[in-house]
Design a protein around this ligand. Sequence first.
Ligand SMILES: C[S@@+](CC[C@H](N)C(=O)[O-])C[C@H]1O[C@@H](n2cnc3c(N)ncnc32)[C@H](O)[C@@H]1O
Length: 275
Amino acid sequence: MLTSIFDFACSISPSVRRFVVRMIYQGLSALDTEGCMVFMNYGYADLTHSAVEIKLQERDEVNRYCTQLYRHVIGSIDLKGLDVLEVGSGRGGGASYIMRYLQPKSMTGVDIAEKAVAFCNRHHATKGLSFVRGDAEALPFEDATFDVVVNIESSHGYGDIERFFREVYRVLRPGGYFLFADHRHKDKIATLRQQLVESRLVCLKEQKISLNILKALELDNGRKLSLIRQKAPWIVHRSFQAFAAMRGTEMYENFRSGACDYWSFVLYKKREMES
Ligand SMILES: C[S@@+](CC[C@H](N)C(=O)[O-])C[C@H]1O[C@@H](n2cnc3c(N)ncnc32)[C@H](O)[C@@H]1O
């Protein structure tokens, strides 16, 4: 049902879409006040056995696959000493990982769901890390404030993605990076690429990572199922499983059949002398 509401809302208008997305994530945040769920992405798993696993502290192991999606998207960009913004920071697990492991100068998370923002400021108190409420399409920051903008599995719910890309360009400093990942129906990816071209950001790398996502969904299925059973009333268990693209759901099958794909991008804002 959650996915049907979401799809229906998306088809009406950008403002209805924004409102419904906010309500869904507000609701999800209200269900978990203790902080069992600090990530809300599908996760990422390497496909080869020989790949070196990222090192995580014991308390972060439970969120390995969701954290690995962040690690993949950040790739070889060194965040040390930089001002980093995450748009759509959700329950803050990704921003907290970046702050604690990758040592940026500052890490700011922005999300449209105020309950998620309040949770993050309570739960992830770490020096240099803060969360504010804001809309991806009207970011509450001055021009050229950040060296890096991260955006993971959030953009599919935005009312006007071109406005979001213009905002990313505006808040990035010249020489800054936009690290972006999300899923799209296969018919929509050409449009997304064109929108990125029009954003004036230069695409340095793009990768289809659907198989990595599917593997993570498989490996993390048990954990997510027990979380849903523990936190949500039984009447919404199926809806939550569908929302989390768990095994056997339509979204999971869409990834398997190739109807939907998951992409990651590294984009760059040129300096004046490079234009
Ligand atoms: C699937 S969650 C992903 C959260 C996080 N990136 C992660 O990987 O755990 C998507 C997040 O995007 C946020 N979001 C959706 N539309 C937004 C908008 N227009 N502006 C800011 N945040 C938005 C939602 O509130 C939600 O927290």
